[in-house]
Design a protein. Structure first.
Length: 110
């Protein structure tokens, strides 16, 4: 059974919509598919692997899903009479990308 059978809506699950291919015969074909996978191509281009996935129009819907998670977190905190603080910390890949290009790898959303 493939991992996608357990988490069918996970965009990044191995063998799923955009996850790495699962090793299968013929292995040479699987290796070629891995080489052309978008995460491997981003690594070879020295870009953060997650840069494109958080673009507003990406098929994974990662950005709108993440924004909705934050909105719900804030709503729950407010309903409990608490103040919410959401802080996103850049990774080393973000700093490296900025040093090379002077630009951000992710969109800025308020």
């Amino acid at each position: 059974m493939t991992p996608g059978a357990h988490v069918p809506h996970d965009y990044l699950v191995a063998g799923g919509m955009s996850g790495l291919p699962i090793w299968r015969f013929p292995f040479t074909l699987t290796l070629a598919r891995i080489f052309f996978h978008w995460k491997v191509q981003a690594k070879l281009a020295q870009l953060p692997w997650y840069g494109k996935i958080y673009m507003p129009d990406h098929e994974s819907s990662a950005l709108p899903i993440s924004v909705e998670v934050v909105h719900r977190f804030v709503a729950v905190a407010q309903a409990r009479g608490k103040r919410s603080v959401v802080q996103l910390l850049p990774s080393i890949l973000d700093f490296q990308h900025y040093a090379k290009t002077g630009g951000l790898a992710l969109p800025v959303v308020n």
